[in-house]
Structures are given as structure tokens and as C-alpha cells.
Design a protein around this ligand. Structure first.
Ligand SMILES: Cc1cc2nc3c(=O)[nH]c(=O)nc-3n(C[C@H](O)[C@H](O)[C@H](O)COP(=O)(O)O)c2cc1C
Length: 188
């Protein structure tokens, strides 16, 4: 069974990120035979990265208790979906900080992105792909980009997903293909 973690990539009050994160979490659970879990960065209140040892060298020993907890969750996964906003044409600092705290546990696993913003989060996702490569992840080609996110919620505050469904289906299929392939490679 594949273990997929969905990371909510912003923490501010009133954030939009939890809507697409929750939706893609429900979508991936529909696949069956997947152990899916939401990771909310609010539950991992990390300081700005200031460790004496580079996470690449820490042999799984985390001086910071919160980072250690997060690393355990990251280690469990066979793949990741990150729901990532665009802040000033880049990724949110809170997300990059969490990514920086961990190294080995990310390695050799696929990551895909769900994003939104003025240009549907495209600039943030492109930058996150570069970060993912350095963390030895495989960033997948497909993504879910939510255009005009300020019109994307219905009157009840629910994400309108009809126009996103095809890209979500293709995205999930591609992520799971890579998750399966890389899991087989990791254990061979
Ligand atoms: C600090 C900050 C910078 C932003 N910069 C951009 C930007 O460069 N491009 C963009 O499309 N949206 C930008 N936005 C708007 C966000 O896309 C929008 O607020 C979105 O809801 C952010 O996701 P969140 O609600 O999960 O934090 C910015 C928002 C904030 C708070």
C-alpha cells in the first residue's frame, strides 16, 4: 500500500490552502489501497532553521523536537502532494523552512503540487520543483493549478472542483505511478 502525505503549505489565519488540500486528500482516498494523511504545518511550529548540523548529515537525529516529529511523518511517505500558495512570486517561507529542516526522509520520492494565485500559482510551483530536486525528490510534471482562486469557493465556502477534476485525475495518476516505481526501486 502506498503512503501519500498531503502537506498544507501555509499557516496564516484565514488561509485558502486547506480547501484544496482537503479536496485533493479526499480525491486520493477514492483511489483505494492508499494510506493518505494530511500534514498541517500549523502542527509543526518550527523556528527559522538554525541547526548546527546540516539535515543531510544528521543521520536521522533531530536536535529540534518538532523537526524530529515532522521528519518521522515525512519518512513514512512514498510520495507527497504539497498545497502551495504563491507569495511574492515564490513559495511561502513557512513551507521552505519546513522543507529545509529535513533532508534524507524526502529522498527518492515523488512530489506534486496543487497551487493557486494570479497565475494559478505557476511561479511558486516552478521554484518548488527546483527545491525538490535538491532534496532528491522527483517533482512530477503534472500539477493542479487553480485559476482565479478568489472565485473558486461557492457560497458555502466549498471549493468548486468541476473544472479541476480532469487535471486532478491526471495529476494523481502520475503521482501514484512515480510513487509505485520509486518505492520498488528503493526496496530493490
Ligand atoms: C505575502 C503575500 C504575498 C502574495 N504574493 C502573491 C504573488 O506573488 N502572486 C500571487 O498570485 N498571489 C500572491 N498573493 C495572494 C495569494 O495567492 C493569496 O493570498 C492566497 O490566498 C494565499 O494562500 P493562503 O491563503 O493559503 O495563504 C500573496 C499573498 C500574500 C499573503
Amino acid at each position: 500500500m502506498l503512503n501519500i502525505k498531503i502537506i498544507i503549505g501555509s499557516t496564516r489565519e484565514g488561509r485558502f490552502s486547506e480547501k484544496p488540500a482537503q479536496w485533493i486528500f479526499e480525491e486520493i482516498k477514492k483511489q483505494g489501497d492508499i494510506e493518505a494523511e494530511l500534514i498541517d504545518l500549523r502542527d509543526y511550529p518550527l523556528p527559522f532553521f538554525n541547526e548546527a548540523t546540516s539535515p543531510a548529515m544528521n543521520k536521522g537525529i533531530y536536535a529540534n523536537e518538532v523537526a524530529g516529529r515532522l521528519a518521522k511523518k515525512i519518512e513514512e511517505a512514498d510520495g507527497y502532494i504539497i498545497a502551495a500558495p504563491e507569495y511574492n512570486h515564490g513559495y511561502p517561507a513557512v513551507l521552505k523552512n519546513a522543507m529545509d529542516f529535513i533532508y534524507n526522509e524526502w529522498n527518492k520520492k515523488p512530489v506534486g503540487f496543487v497551487s493557486w494565485g494570479g497565475v494559478a500559482g505557476a511561479r511558486s510551483v516552478e521554484q518548488l520543483r527546483l527545491v525538490a530536486i535538491e532534496l532528491q525528490m522527483t517533482p512530477i510534471r503534472n500539477a493542479v493549478h487553480i485559476p482565479s482562486f478568489w472565485t473558486a469557493l461557492d457560497e458555502g465556502g466549498k471549493l468548486k472542483t468541476e473544472s479541476l477534476q480532469k487535471s486532478a485525475d491526471d495529476f494523481i495518476a502520475q503521482l501514484l505511478w512515480w510513487a509505485k516505481a520509486l518505492k520498488a526501486a528503493r526496496i530493490s
